[in-house]
Design a binder for this molecule. Structure first.
Ligand SMILES: [Zn+2]
Length: 130
């Protein structure tokens, strides 16, 4: 049975002034977290810490460890260009970063991160095995 459907596209306008450094960083090949003088770190970045202080930007770098991942075989509408893809969470010291990968990965693998546009032109965080 074929169910008739129609495409629904939605656009949202969200303020980015407090997170602009993060988005610009992706275009520069950098992934940023925020850190507070109280010792807490945030990824995704937060402008304000739970202690009430303003956080500062710091680059996420070095090697991370794959904590978990999922392979998406049911490609959502709008991502038809995509092959089955992996969404990965890896720990980089004091933060966990979510990103994408085109490689076979397993929990515990060491990875580095980089940024690149996907086929739809959106900048994303990607992982590759060390
Ligand atoms: Zn704090």
């Amino acid at each position: 049975m074929i169910v008739e459907s129609r495409e629904l596209r939605m656009k949202h306008r969200i303020p980015v002034v407090k997170t602009e450094r993060f988005w610009k960083g992706l275009e520069e090949g950098k992934v940023f977290k925020t850190v507070c003088k109280c010792g807490k770190s945030y990824y995704p970045p937060r402008a304000e810490c739970v202690c009430g202080a303003t956080t500062e930007w710091a680059e996420v770098s070095g090697e991370g460890i794959v904590e978990c991942f999922t392979v998406v075989h049911s490609i959502p509408a709008g991502y038809e260009w995509s092959k089955p893809y992996r969404i990965v969470i890896a720990s980089f010291g004091d933060v966990r970063v979510m990103g994408w990968s085109n490689e076979e990965l397993k929990v515990g693998d060491r990875v580095t991160l980089y940024t690149a546009k996907d086929e739809s032109g959106v900048w994303k965080v990607w992982f590759k095995k060390v």
